[in-house]
Every structure is written in C-alpha cells, then in structure tokens.
Design a protein around this ligand. Structure first.
Ligand code: NAD
Ligand code: DAU
Length: 332
C-alpha cells in the first residue's frame, strides 16, 4: 500500500488519522474534503507537501471520485455530516453526503477494485438503558435514532451489500465518542472547554445523565490503521476503550481542571430523541487483530485536550460565536 485516499481528512478524526498515517507509515496521502464548516485547512497544513495533498471536492461528485479512487491503493472514508443536533435542524445534507456520498465511493472502488475502509459509529445500534449490563457488539441489531445515525446505518448497509453482491474489498469500523485535538467547538467536550476558557458556564442537555463511551482520537486512528492493514475483508470491527462516563461527570471534571465550583454549569433544553447510553465491547478487535488502546486514563487525556485548546485559540476561535448563536436559537 503506497497511496491512500482519505475522505474527510480535514475534519476532526480524519485529520488526526492523516497525521497518524504520515508519522507511522511511509504512504502518501491524498485528502478529499469538501471543506464544509467542520473542516479546517490548518489541521493538516503543517504536514510535508510530498506526503499529504489536499483536493477540495465533494464525495458525491462521481467523476472526481472515480479519477481519485482509480489512482490510489486504498480509500479510508471519514467524510460525513457528523453532528446530531444539525441533523435535527436539516437532515438533507446528511442524506446527500452520508448515503449518496458513500454510494458514489462504493461504485468507484468496485470499478477499480480498490481496498475500502468505511468509518462508522456506535450510534447505528441505538441506545442502551443506564442499568443494561450488555454492551454493543458486532452482532447487535441496528436501531438508529436520529437522522444522522440513520444515514450512517444506511451507509454501513450499502457497504455490506457491495461486499456481498460485488465482491468489493471492504471493512467497516463502528467507534464510540472521540475526544482530542482539532475537534469542532460544536461538539460536547470542545464546547464546554471553550466556554470555560471564556469564563462562561458549561451547558448540559437535560439531566446530564446520558452516558458516552469516550475514546481518545489517537486510539481511534491506531485502530483504523490496524484494521486497514490486518482486518479481514467483509468484517465489521467495533472500536472502543472502555471509557463510559455520564455528561455530568465530564463537566464536573472539566470544572475541576479550571478550578471552578462543581455546580458552576447550566442545564439547558434537551436534544429531541436524545440517546441515553452508548457502550462498546471491542473484544473482537483486541482478540483477533491484537489492538489495544494507549490512552487509558480519561482524566489525563481530558487535561491534555484542555491544554491543546488553550494553546490553539486561533484554531477554534473563528467558529465559536456562530456556533453559540445557533445553539442559543435552540435554547441550548
Ligand atoms: P467532522 O464533522 O469533524 O469532519 C467531517 C469532514 O468531512 C469535514 O472535514 C467535512 O468538510 C468533510 N465532508 C463533509 N461532507 C463532505 C462531502 N460531501 N465531501 C467531502 N468531504 C465532506 O467529523 P468527525 O467527527 O471527524 O467524524 C468523521 C467520521 O467519523 C464520520 O464518518 C463520523 O460518522 C465518524 N465517527 C465520529 C465519531 C466522533 O466521536 N466524532 C465517532 C465515531 C464515528
Ligand atoms: O457515538 C459516536 C458519535 O459521537 C459520533 O457518531 C458523532 O459523529 C459524534 O458527534 C458523537 O455524537 P454525540 O451526539 O454523542 O456527541 P455530542 O458531542 O454532540 O454530544 C455528546 C453528549 O453531550 C450527548 O449526550 C449530548 C450532550 N451535550 C452535547 C452538547 C453539544 C450536552 O450535554 N451539551 C452540549 O452542549
């Protein structure tokens, strides 16, 4: 594998994966990214030009996709509309990018017989009760709740069908909630960190007891590279790092890092249809492919992430005011 096409490589997880590829392998990377509001050129601007080039374009553009896929050894597909709250406001770009975009890529990898890895989410499985002793596995039935998660579920099913019907050489991974550098300020952790940097109060949806299974983005990257290089074609792998926390605990930890009182936050309007809990059992990935997460301590990872946002204000500041005015209009 000498060249990899990374869709969505200027977004949060995609850009971290591109950095991981450049630092741990000698492959050359092409990023295909539409540069939506969620993308940033700066996230990959410091990478060597002979290892990483950016093509600005849309994954639904079949001519462009065909040309790029045909000249690479593998495709890792991160590009998506990724934010649940936005999908409740306007589902249309989610259907276009997540479903039609994935279809467009699948047709190109089918034509050129190129290895394909599809990035997906644990949200395709719906949610669990807080006291449910089970966790999601590769055998859990799909039951997505939001326009975002239903379009991701649909894209996974397209990949499975293209493997079975056309022999496309693809794998799928479904990961839990990522945190770390270069995450857009609309997302939970960066939103609260940047509120606190600005001396404002964190904003907690509903009762704050919803649970997410946090994984550092660097662990997601190493898992994806492991699957890309050693995963079995046609298989799905769940990626998680045993990081279940409720939102209230995350906010309290952040308040502690900033030296603020534990009750110095606001409860705001809940998200409609808000999934209660996600939890990943990643035994298959660990046992069959030998992957293990390296960022086991969430509090340390969170403190490092706070420091990153303190050190990179010029990266996130331009998006903060517009993001907050959108939330304010929804009472959040
Ligand atoms: P993000 O919103 O930060 O980045 C998405 C990127 O895709 C952006 O750079 C955007 O410009 C690009 N993009 C959007 N539409 C495009 C199009 N039509 N053509 C080309 N590029 C387009 O998202 P993220 O959080 O980095 O998520 C990346 C992937 O990982 C998504 O597929 C998401 O479903 C999945 N995922 C995310 C998480 C998480 O916690 N954030 C967890 C599991 C899985
Ligand atoms: O589980 C994987 C998914 O994680 C990915 O597929 C998605 O792309 C990614 O956005 C993320 O989805 P969530 O909806 O879980 O993430 P978000 O950061 O939007 O919210 C995390 C939790 O925090 C959720 O319970 C809602 C809550 N929340 C969010 C915001 C923005 C708040 O309480 N306050 C907030 O201000």
């Amino acid at each position: 594998m000498r060249s990899v096409l990374v869709t969505g490589g200027a977004g949060f997880i995609g850009s971290n994966f591109v950095r991981h590829l450049v630092s741990t392998t000698d492959v050359s990377v092409t990023v295909l990214d539409k540069m939506t509001y969620a993308a940033s050129r700066e996230s990959i601007a410091d990478l060597p030009a002979d290892r990483c080039r950016l093509v600005v374009g849309d994954i639904v553009d079949s001519e462009l996709v065909d040309e790029l896929v045909g000249s690479h050894d593998a495709v890792v597909h991160f590009a998506a509309e990724s934010h649940n709250d936005n999908s409740l406001d306007d589902p249309s770009p989610f259907v276009q990018t997540n479903l039609v975009g994935t279809f467009t890529l699948l047709e190109a990898v089918r034509k050129h017989d190129v290895r394909f890895h599809h990035i997906s989410t644990d949200e395709v499985y719906g949610d669990l009760e807080l006291d449910d002793p089970t966790r999601f596995t590769e055998a859990t039935a799909y039951e997505p709740s939001s326009p975002y998660s239903s379009t991701k579920a649909g894209s996974d099913l397209l990949v499975r069908a293209w493997v079975r019907s056309f022999g496309v050489r693809a794998t799928i991974s479904n990961c839990s909630n990522n945190y770390g550098p270069y995450q857009h300020v609309e997302k939970f952790i960066p939103r609260q960190i940047t509120q606190l940097i600005d001396g404002l109060r964190p904003r907690l949806y509903g009762d704050g007891l919803n649970v997410r299974d946090w994984i550092h983005v660097e662990d997601h990257s190493s898992a994806v590279l492991t699957i890309l290089t050693t995963g079995q074609i046609g298989q799905t792998y769940l990626i998680g790092a045993d990081g279940e926390k409720n939102n209230l605990d995350v906010v309290t930890t952040l308040l502690g890092i900033f030296g603020r009182d534990a009750d110095d936050f606001d409860h705001v309007t809940d998200r409609p249809g808000h999934d209660r809990r996600y939890a990943i059992d990643s035994s298959k990935l660990r046992t069959e492919l030998g992957w293990t997460p390296q960022f086991g301590d969430f509090e340390t990872g969170l403190a490092d992430t706070v420091q990153w946002y303190r050190d990179h204000e010029s990266w996130w500041r331009p998006a903060k005011a517009a993001t907050e005015s959108k939330y304010a209009a929804q009472g959040q």
